[in-house]
Design a protein around this ligand. Structure first.
Ligand code: FMN
Length: 366
């Protein structure tokens, strides 16, 4: 058994091992965004299944345009905080730590109880079609171009949500800067066609990311773990590349560190993919080379390759999504040498909810 199963320090906390549950949207909260018992059972199962760290699904951050999906959880009011507290307590009782992923949908907006109008860097829709298993919408809406006031509102929402996360007992926060959601849209030259201080060159496209991290850091203090998930790919575009290549990604990693992030969580089709317009490194390689910045890697980690990744990225946490969904006790199974199942996408049909997953599981037993 490699040291991946040993207790490890990540930022300023001790985790039971180096496995993290990757964030997965489960659209199973109450219609008003309140986390519920179904979600608590769900997250507790991963903690009991041995993951040292859980990262929650993308959670919305304001009562404007941040919510992207019906039944997505929020963290913007006392009711939400109370719902999350119950989940955090059960995860802690089972021996794991838990970070909340803070997410603003931007143009990737399928349903929102507060507004019908998406807001994004530019009036640009995502490529491809909306995700059927998140709601059944067939077309993207053209977003409103965010004004300076809208940008301020989004940053303030992230800050207040971070404060709420601390109140709910979370061990840290991951800002969603990946997969085509708002912060990633500002970084992307597909989504961001602005010609003001928030668009154009990479320094400008990074501005909202840097401002958000700085403001959150100031609000939560230096001891609270804060990081950001980053990718080039989006949920509907596996081919997007930053024009600035590997050097640009290094600039992003250094900028988020300098703004106050403790870690970057890289995600790509596969950890080993060399995705840049120029350069041979992976996203994870670039972050691993940046001083004073911790790393979570994600993309295609499974029972056959985790030891290699653990050796190649000796300081990193290994975040697992689909294999975890198929095996909430993935880590325990590895320890016990038990078989690991592949994920069956039928678990997420017709929608990616926890009740549909449970119904699928009941059918397997019969
Ligand atoms: C059902 C489902 C929901 C997801 N929801 C999120 C999410 O809310 N936030 C996020 O950053 N990534 C989300 N992802 C992406 C995963 O975190 C992960 O990056 C991706 O599945 C690749 O990792 P894997 O090869 O271990 O599955 C989701 C993936 C799946 C399968």
């Amino acid at each position: 058994m490699s040291d991946v199963m040993q207790s490890t320090r990540f930022t300023n906390q001790i985790l039971a091992n180096r496995f993290a549950l990757a964030p997965m949207t489960r659209i199973s909260a109450e219609p008003n965004g309140t986390p519920n018992d179904v979600m608590a059972d769900h997250y507790e199962a991963y903690a009991q299944g041995g993951f040292g760290l859980l990262i929650t699904e993308g959670t919305y951050t304001d009562d404007g345009a941040s919510q992207g999906y019906a039944n997505q959880p929020g963290i913007i009011n006392d009711t939400h905080i109370e719902g999350w507290k119950a989940i955090v307590n059960r995860v802690h009782a089972a021996g794991s730590k838990i970070f909340v992923q803070l997410m603003h949908a931007g143009a990737q907006f399928q349903a929102n109880q507060y507004t019908n109008q998406p807001a994004a860097p530019s009036a640009v829709k995502p490529k491809g079609a909306p995700l059927g298993f998140y709601g059944g919408q067939t077309e993207w809406k053209t977003p409103k171009i965010m004004t300076m006031a809208d940008i301020r509102f989004a940053i303030t929402g992230s800050v207040q949500s971070a404060v709420n996360a601390k109140a709910a007992g979370f061990d840290g926060i991951e800002l969603h800067g990946a997969n085509g959601y708002l912060l990633n849209q500002f970084l992307s030259t597909h989504f961001n066609q602005r010609d003001d201080r928030y668009g154009g060159n990479l320094e400008n496209r990074l501005r909202i990311v840097v401002e958000t991290i700085k403001a959150v850091r100031e609000a939560v203090g230096n001891d609270f773990t804060l990081g950001i998930r980053l990718s080039q790919v989006t949920v509907t575009d596996p081919d997007y590349q930053f024009p600035e290549g590997e050097a640009g990604f290094r600039q992003i990693a250094e900028a988020v560190r300098d703004a106050g992030a403790d870690f970057v969580h890289t995600t790509d089709g596969h950890v080993r993919r060399a995705p840049f317009i120029e350069g041979t490194k992976t996203l994870a390689d670039v972050v691993a080379e940046v001083d004073n910045l911790e790393l979570i890697i994600n993309g295609g980690i499974d029972e056959t390759n985790y030891q290699d990744f653990a050796a190649d990225y000796p300081e990193a946490l290994l975040a697992v999504a689909k294999k975890a969904l198929a095996n909430p006790d993935f880590v325990q199974r590895l320890k016990d040498g038990k078989e690991i199942d592949d994920m069956d996408f039928a678990m997420l049909q017709p929608k990616a909810t926890i009740p549909n997953e449970l119904a699928w599981r009941r059918k397997q037993v019969v």
